[in-house]
Structure formats: C-alpha cells, structure tokens
Design a protein around this ligand. Structure first.
Ligand code: ZN
Length: 501
C-alpha cells in the first residue's frame, strides 16, 4: 500500500461557504483542545487502562477513552459531524505522546501546541476519518463539464440548511465518485453539507481520473486554510510501493552483440555488478524489437534496480547519437536496439520503475559513452580499437565496447558531482604561479601573501566574469568555461574541486 497525499484547492467558495468552513475549523479545534485538557487530568488512568500488551498505547485503543458521556459533552461545540475523527485524532496524539515520553521522560504534554481562536490559518485542519457519501466527505463528478467537487459534511442538524438549487447553478448534474455512482439530489431536504468545486494541477487530475474507476483509492482527508485559500488534502492509496531510497546507479546502454548491457556502480563509482540482457531464441538482426520483448527487457531492468536499490540511468537518444555503430563493417555494424526501440523501452521504464517505488529513469547525453576511458577519462575517437574493443590511447586501459557504455552511464552523475578541475602550480623565486587554461587563469601570488585565499578571490572574480558574458556565440571553449563556472558556483566550497598539479 502506498499512501500519497494530493492537495486540491477549493475553487472560490461563496461567502456563506467560507463562513461554514471557518466555523467548522474553529469548532473542531475547540473540541480537540477540550478533549486534550480532559485527558491531561486523567493521564495516569488512561495510561494504565489502555496500556497495550507491550506497554505501548495504540491510537485506536486510546480513542476509546472518549466515553459516550464525554462524547455528548462535545455537542456544546457543534462538532457532531466530526466526533469519530476527533476521537481518532486525540487517540493518535496521546499514542504519540506516550511513545515519546517513554523515550524521553522530559517530553511535555502536547496541550501547549494546541491553539484555539479565530485565526483559522493557524489552527489544525479538520480531519475526515473516512470517505463516505452520507457523512464525513466525498467527491462528486460532473461528467458533462469534466469537473470535480467536494461534498463536505460540516454542519450539524441544527444548522443544516434547505438549499434551493438555482437556475444555471454551476453544480449541474453531479454524481458521487463511489461504486454506487448515484446522482446527488439537491433541494429536497435540509443539507448538513456544502458542495464546493475543486481546482488542481495535472498530477492531481490523473489521480482523480483514476478514482472514477476505482473510488476505493480515496481515503481520509484534511480540510484547512492557508494563505487565504481553502484546501482539501486527500490521502490516496495509489497501490504503488513505498518509495525506495536508492543506493547505487544502474546504467543501461545499447549493445552490439547483446540487446542491452548494464552496470551497477556504487556512489564512489566502483562496479558492483554488470551483465547483459538478450532475448532467448532466434532473433533476426535489424528487425524491429516486438513490444512484448521490450516489456520483458524493462521488467528485467526493474528487477536489477530493485535488487541493488538503483537509480536507473539511460541514454538520451532523442538529440544526439551514441556512435555505437562501426562504420568499417557494414553488415554487423548496427546496435541491436535501434534508437526507436531503446526510446520505447525507456518509456516503459518511466512507469514501471515508479510502480515499484523507484525513481523514474534519468536520461543523460550519450555523447562519448563508447569512447571515453573508464580509468583516465580520456575521450577520443581513436580509443575505439575496433568494433568490439576499447583501448585507451592515453593510459592503455581496455574493455569491451559494450560494457564501457553502461559503465560510463552508471558513473555519469557521479562524475558530474565529483569531477575536479586541475590548476597548475609553478614556483618562482618570490612566489607562485597558478595556471588554468580552462578558466583563463594565469595568476601570480608572492610568498608573503596567503596564496590560497588570494587564489580563491581570483577564481571567484573569473567565475563572475564568465557568467556575466553573454552566450550569443556558440563555441566549444566558451561552453566548457561556462559549465565549469556554473559548477564552481553550485558547490559550497569550490576549492575542494581543485586538483593542484
Ligand atoms: Zn585511459
């Protein structure tokens, strides 16, 4: 079960409805404080009576502390519609308090943070502890206009109103978002609820649309006021897994002999696992990859990502290619996944990974991933010795081309965060020269000055200069300068990025 909260704005409620909501929130908070004050005087008894088997108090058990007599006392606050929610919230508050108290005996009773008054914005929101068409709250849908509404049971019988629907009422014909899908009938009897149109973004709309098919995903809700607007925060069971905190990077690149190759790297860039993915059985070269095979490949990647708790990193093939093909050998030169197949597979991962609680894949530029050395970083066309073999012309490191691509992908984000830039240090008789062609640094500091501080100031000035220059003319040199300048500005202490050579 994966509970997420979606926040919906109440769209321009009328003055009367605003008053009803403000009053409900105010009353709710007064009743909540009343219960907490009572609980405070009976703490010892509550603790003894409701001690669980392991000595811990469970919120639901604690909510039973509110006897039916005390429950009647709550009527003075006009909170009849919220009694169950109030009991539960007080139960949760008490359970939390007892748990903290056991850990830290100095914990004070939460009465102090419990406000009442007329400043609605500073009060706790009203809690709806169930989704229900007859009480509590529920959502309504106008299929003609594709609009959503909230039906909020905020009034007790005494304050219920007879509402006569008016001609041209914007609420139109509303159906319950519920298995019953019944139509809301207005104007027949007194109404202890208000109906308010909702406004929201794309993400929320997607979930609301899903709730039309599966109303049971809608759970509890909270109604509050913030920055002058009213909002309804609904807890939704998306059925998705809990979010997983990733610990490694999983690069997945196109292959030449295999469909796909992958590498799992830890945050330091060390290889944790590597392998290939290929279809079983006969496959004809250069034929389109069938959809079910793309699904299978994506599922395998999800499994690996789950096993290693990985953030998946994919090639961005939409803009620039990866130059994996080998021009000298035309017959067998093409990657098995053409760009289209890889992009389709990436789209599958974009929803398969979040379903399992993993982040959506990150797409990075694939320029140079089959040509950059995994040991020294040297990037050269000449590093590709032949179709399948990589031999670094600078340091001699060697690896299969296929494996190199996914390894470079897996390290792509690490490299970005960890990569340093070099500054040459040259001693002279009376001081030191700092030189970096990359950022245009050629700076002399005499021995009697604080060299690191002077250098820090100088680099700061250069970076400001670079960032102020307009980027009118595209130029590889300038781009590099700008990107290093941005990086220097983005870290707390740029001196740590510098490698003195
Ligand atoms: Zn190398």
């Amino acid at each position: 079960m994966g509970l997420r909260t979606i926040v919906l704005k109440l769209n321009k409620p009328s003055k009367r409805k605003c008053l009803v909501i403000d009053e409900a929130i105010t009353n709710y908070n007064r009743a909540y404080r009343f219960l907490l004050e009572k609980a405070y005087t009976e703490l010892k008894e509550i603790k003894d009576a409701f001690a669980g088997t392991k000595g811990t108090q469970n919120a639901l058990a604690l909510s039973k502390w509110v006897s039916s007599e005390r429950s009647k006392e709550l009527n003075q606050f006009d909170v009849q519609p919220f009694k169950d929610a109030l009991k539960l919230e007080v139960g949760m508050t008490l359970a939390g308090y007892f748990r903290l108290k056991a850990l830290r005996p100095g914990t004070s009773f939460p009465l102090a943070n419990c406000r009442t008054g007329t400043e609605v914005e500073r009060l706790r929101p009203v809690y709806f502890c169930r989704y229900d068409t007859g009480r509590s709250y529920c959502l309504l849908y106008d299929s003609e206009k594709n609009r959503y509404f909230a039906k909020l049971h905020l009034l007790n019988a005494k304050h219920a109103n007879k509402v006569v629907p008016q001609q041209g009422d914007q609420e139109g014909k509303l159906t319950y978002i519920h298995r019953s899908a019944g139509v809301v009938e207005r104007g027949k009897s007194k109404e202890a609820y208000i109906i308010v149109p909702l406004s929201f973004g794309k993400y929320q709309e997607e979930i609301l649309r899903a709730s039309l098919e599966r109303p049971e995903i809608l759970r509890t809700a909270k109604l509050g006021r913030k920055d002058g607007s009213y909002y309804l925060a609904i807890s939704v069971d998306t059925g998705k897994a809990e979010e997983i905190r990733t610990e490694t990077y999983l690069g997945v690149a196109r292959g030449l002999k295999n469909d796909l190759c992958y590498t799992v790297a830890d945050p330091e860039g060390n290889v944790v696992a590597a392998g290939t993915l290929s279809r079983t059985g006969q496959t004809s070269k250069n034929a389109a990859v069938p959809l079910d095979e793309l699904h299978k490949a994506a599922n395998s990647i999800v499994e690996i990502a789950l096993e290693y708790k990985s953030a998946v990193i994919l090639q961005n093939l939409l803009e620039k290619g990866d130059r994996l093909h080998w021009a000298d050998d035309f017959m067998n030169s093409q990657p098995i996944y053409n760009c289209d197949a890889y992009i389709r597979m990436a789209r599958l991962l974009a929803f398969k990974l979040p379903e399992k609680g993993l982040p959506a894949p990150v797409k990075v530029s694939s320029v140079g991933i089959f040509y950059s050395c995994h040991v020294c970083g040297c990037n050269s066309k000449l590093n590709r010795f032949n179709k399948d073999t990589f031999i670094c012309t600078s340091c001699g490191a060697t690896l299969e081309i296929e494996k190199l691509g996914s390894l470079n992908l897996a390290r792509k984000l690490i490299n970005y965060r960890h990569s340093t830039f070099k500054i040459k240090v040259r001693s002279a008789d009376d001081g030191v020269w700092f030189i970096s062609r990359l950022i245009g640094l050629n700076y002399f500091v005499p021995h009697h000055e604080n060299q690191i501080e002077r250098l820090r100031e100088k680099i700061s000035l250069i970076v400001d200069d670079i960032l102020l220059q307009s980027s009118e003319t595209w130029n590889r040199e300038r781009n590099k300068k700008a990107s290093i300048a941005k990086k220097i500005r983005s870290v707390p202490d740029f001196m740590k990025l510098i490698e003195f050579v």
